[in-house]
Design a protein around this ligand. Sequence first.
Ligand SMILES: NC(=O)c1ccc[n+]([C@@H]2O[C@H](COP(=O)([O-])OP(=O)(O)OC[C@H]3O[C@@H](n4cnc5c(N)ncnc54)[C@H](O)[C@@H]3O)[C@@H](O)[C@H]2O)c1
Length: 480
Amino acid sequence: MVKICCIGAGYVGGPTMAVIALNCPSIEVVVVDISVTRISAWNSDQLPIYEPGLNEVVKQCKGRNLFFSTDIEKHVSEADIIFVSVNTPTKTRGLGAGKAADLTYWESAARMIADVSKSNKIVVEKSTVPVKTAEAIERILTHNSKGIKYQILSNPEFLAEGTAIQDLFKPDRVLIGGRETPDGLKAIQALKDVYAHWVPEDRIITTNLWSAELSKLAANAFLAQRISSVNAMSALCEATGADVSQVSHAVGKDSRIGPKFLNASVGFGGSCFQKDILNLVYICECNGLAEVANYWKQVIKVNDYQKNRFVNRVVSSMFNTVAGKKIGIMGFAFKKDTGDTRETPAIDVCKGLLGDKARLSIYDPQVTADQIQRDLTMNKFGWDHPIHRQPMSPTGVKQVSIAWDAYEASKDAHALCILTEWDEFKTLDYRRIFDNMQKPAFVFDGRNVVNVEMLRDIGFIVYSIGKPLDPWLKNMPAVA
Ligand SMILES: NC(=O)c1ccc[n+]([C@@H]2O[C@H](COP(=O)([O-])OP(=O)(O)OC[C@H]3O[C@@H](n4cnc5c(N)ncnc54)[C@H](O)[C@@H]3O)[C@@H](O)[C@H]2O)c1
């Protein structure tokens, strides 16, 4: 029986391995992690991450050929194929601080593999890593090899949170990079055989190691660039009276461009886009490609601009001050159908409003109160470290309260800010909400989910990103 061990039981390691186990009953899959709480959660009925369909997949194979364990060394030593899916945060200190990937967790995983292995291994990079990481890993492994042979493969993960299970069952492509040597090609084939249990062969792409590593960074950079492009347009739409949804629709009809990923919003978030672009920028700079680095930097600058612009719009519309005013925050996760808050634009928007002394009542159907308080007090990039390396129970931010539902969050509020596109925000009883708010009552829709006309008819002053401005707002321009 082929044995797979995955180091890192997070958003990538957990769902990916569950789908492999379900589709490959003949393979034993063990997911290991240094975090005892994470592993206990995977072994309970309350999984550590929320992802539609995940529960059902895990239920079918947990205890059959899918296991979660903290006995890392045992399972690594027994495995034929080892996936490494640990954190790769942005460095906060030293060389490359603020841009380069911190490979501390990767390196310690590689050293541990070298320490405990007694048989040949295929080591698969599942984490997103800088180009040429495989070379560094290869050096660590071979310099400590005790005669054991290692083949390193790059198999970046393209799943999107919120649709992870669907993406894993029907991936657009599976990418496997490896050495173009006989042993390298054999390793590629072994991993291909795993995916071939359910992925059609023409969707499994094989490349050299560096192309695979770079393709992941490039794909995220392109995706984020699309969002920043449409967000940049949204600012121009507001200035000219164009409607960004109409512009996106017209632009997306061009088959060379396509309709996906063209929704204007308060900004992109998630654990990957910013981190991977910063990483790309750093690699460009290290290779003397300043113009290329500057080009990609703009994608992040526009994203920051969009979040600032939103905060300024809120404050300027409300007579240039939100001090002491209650603002209902609808949604905190970085997108719908996930409880993940890593780099969510809600953090910057909330911090911006708190900076202007607002009182916030935050509601999100999937994010815990503790997580929200943690996010609002954590240092930049602090979130991307294993849980036990993060600050313990944070002291809550005084001006922030957490609400059980949207109605509680909006009661007596002067304004609502919609920051996540949860479906339930489309169908709230906005009449009831309006009746319970201070007047004038504002809605700032950072995800374009509400029916603007209907809300204006009720009496709200509505701002919706990139849409023609409410007459109220026209007279109160927001400077970003
Ligand atoms: N989240 C996504 O949507 C996504 C998509 C594609 C790629 N990625 C990449 O995959 C990697 C993992 O991301 P994630 O979202 O799963 O992160 P995560 O923080 O959810 O999970 C990482 C896990 O690794 C564990 N870990 C760290 N060092 C370890 C060690 N030495 N031994 C054992 N366990 C260790 C941590 O405790 C943590 O549970 C990152 O490089 C990320 O950029 C993420």
